[in-house]
Design a protein around this ligand. Structure first.
Ligand SMILES: [Fe+2]
Length: 291
């Protein structure tokens, strides 16, 4: 039987200089360009090594677990114990990273596999009608409580750092800096936020090939579930999402983590998720950025 996907494992024994090996950097880029993902095994990295690797791949690191001021809890990928649907990281935010890296410091005994799904393969599985529908732009709409959106903006806006400092001017400036956004501010301080994205898009590593890469199948923990509307005005229904989830599952693979593994994903092409966690003793860290 023809294998449906290459199993990319870059092993320590093949790279004399370990994570510093120049040929490793080349192999990572080759794997990302060909398959959208790769796995580094046996390098026995520490958090600083993981952080340096993320920096070597990204010209701008948007989340660095080693240098983050946040608590240990939020550095770790930590969203309960249930399964998590496929998504690109921060796919419903205006600044979506190009590359996402995971570091399994302590792998699970069983369960909690990270799922990965190539958006090119999902797109190729769509029939003509579905391809035509998903070639439209899509608007994601969410109601955000005051504290949530102010905290986010305080982080993103260069002029301020605390939620209390946020004014409507900052909202408007941020709106202009990143296109595709719209806001309605309500009297109770909450905000209706709309972001227009291309749910099917080219990869930053690709040459025009398009893939289904978005967060429609993903989780919405911490937030009210978003409402998705296509450019023709039709809503994305729960039934449609379940149909696409079933299609995507047929191209989904699992990373069976070992201690010290690092996975690198093209976040503009490959979606990821998680099977249910059986061994709560595992931990997994995330780093991401723009190439
Ligand atoms: Fe994620």
């Amino acid at each position: 039987m023809e294998p449906s996907m290459n199993y990319n494992i870059l092993r320590r024994r093949d790279f004399a200089e370990g994570l510093q090996d120049e040929s490793l950097q080349i192999r990572i880029r080759e794997d990302l360009t060909r398959d959208g993902w790769t796995l580094l095994r046996g390098f026995q990295p520490g958090m600083e090594d993981f952080s340096s690797l993320v920096s070597s791949l990204c010209s701008r690191v948007t989340f660095d677990p080693a240098r983050s001021n946040t608590t240990d809890k939020t550095q770790m990928v930590d969203a309960g114990l249930g399964p998590i649907g496929l998504h690109i990281e921060n796919g419903n935010t205006p600044r979506c990273p190009d590359i996402v890296c995971f570091y399994a410091e302590r792998a699970a005994f069983e369960g909690s596999q990270t799922t990965i799904c190539d958006g090119f393969a999902v797109w190729d599985s769509f029939d003509a009608a579905r391809q035509s529908r998903w070639s439209q732009q899509m608007t994601v709409e969410r109601d955000l409580p005051e504290l949530i959106w102010k905290r986010y903006l305080a982080n993103e806006h260069p002029a301020i750092s605390r939620p209390e400092e946020v004014t409507m001017d900052h909202v408007l400036q941020f709106g202009q800096a990143v296109p595709g956004q719209a806001f309605d501010l309500h009297e109770d301080g909450s905000l209706t936020y709309r972001l227009t994205v291309d749910p099917v898009r080219g990869s930053v590593f690709g040459e025009g090939q398009r893939g289904f890469a978005n967060a429609v199948l993903g989780p919405s923990h911490n937030y009210q579930p978003p409402r998705y509307t296509m450019a023709d005005g039709s809503p994305v229904t729960p039934e449609e999402i379940e149909e696409i989830r079933a299609i995507a599952e047929t191209s989904t693979h699992e990373i069976n983590w070992q201690d010290g593994d690092i996975a690198i994903l093209d976040n503009t092409r490959v979606m990821h998720g998680r099977r249910a966690i059986a061994d709560a003793n595992r931990n997994l860290f995330i780093g991401m950025g723009t190439i």
